[in-house]
Design a protein around this ligand. Structure first.
Ligand SMILES: [Mg+2]
Length: 275
């Protein structure tokens, strides 16, 4: 984000308040013209929330729920979480809050924060394929199987020695089914197999066609490899992309850590010039 300062006009620089702003917290006024015209799209793990030893240990720090709810209000609802987690999982983490979301790497979408409204889901993985992939969990104790319906994840944090065998088995199944529309998403101690027909980017493109997102300028923040598909489409929508923990290709700036992202979001609310 520091890099943005160099690109700003004198007029923009004059609008930066003199108080001490940590370097990694961007200056909202220059980068987010009006919350009323912006769609805020946020990855969860490693972006909004600090990474933990296991995915189940993440927690929502004090103040974040309030910040997100106020941003929802100020953007007339144009705030969405964009995650590889399932909608179900997201709701458990943020309960009792329910946010609009692109979930499951684009397989699931919630266009309304009304929990009674229908969510949109990708078709489930083929049953026979799933059965064969699920059998991989039998390779070793400690491999945990997570069936998200539209994808299947093999977690091996408790059996790291099994990594090679897991990927080899997945490769054999794929070689056996060359026409199956699937792809493998390698993660940290997880191998996820999903439909190749959707990504976080395809989910975001779809989301942006709907109210209250349509016509707004998206601002996306993400930290991981799967977020790069979204960074790549932001210019198409005149959007802004920020990475976390590293400066990713094609982003407008970056944050050092999730705490900086949270501080940035809170500061958007404090800056009344953004009305
Ligand atoms: Mg992430």
């Amino acid at each position: 984000m520091k890099s943005e300062l160099a690109d700003m006009t004198l007029e923009q620089k004059r609008t930066i308040p003199d108080d001490d702003v940590p370097d990694s917290v961007p200056v909202p006024h220059a980068l987010v013209p009006h919350l009323g015209e912006t769609a805020i799209l946020l990855d969860i793990d490693g972006t909004l929330l600090d990474l933990m030893p296991t995915p189940r240990e993440v927690w929502v720090p004090p103040g974040l729920s309030d910040t997100l709810n106020r941003l929802v209000e100020r953007t007339s609802g144009a705030l969405a979480l964009v995650s590889g987690r399932s909608l179900n999982d997201i709701d458990l983490i943020f309960a009792p809050d329910v946010f609009r979301a692109v979930a499951g790497h684009g397989a699931e979408m919630r266009l309304s924060a009304d929990s009674e409204a229908d969510d949109v889901h990708a078709p489930p993985l083929d049953k026979e394929l799933k059965r064969r992939l699920a059998a991989i969990a039998k390779l070793s104790p400690g491999i945990l199987l997570e069936d998200k319906g539209y994808s299947l994840a093999l977690h091996y944090r408790l059996a790291p020695h099994a990594e090679k065998a897991i990927y080899e088995s997945v490769s054999l199944i794929r070689a056996d089914l060359p026409n199956a529309p699937i792809e493998v998403l390698p993660g940290k101690f997880v191998c996820e197999i999903k439909h190749s027909g959707f990504t976080k980017a395809s989910g975001v493109r779809e989301l942006m066609k709907h109210e209250p997102f349509r016509g707004r300028r998206p601002l996306f923040i993400g930290d991981d490899v799967t977020d790069e598909t979204v960074f790549a489409i932001m210019p198409d929508m005149n959007g802004l992309a920020f990475s976390v923990g590293r400066r990713a290709m094609g982003v407008n700036g970056h944050f050092d850590a999730p705490s900086d992202v949270r501080a940035f979001l809170a500061r958007l609310l404090d800056d009344t010039r953004l009305e």
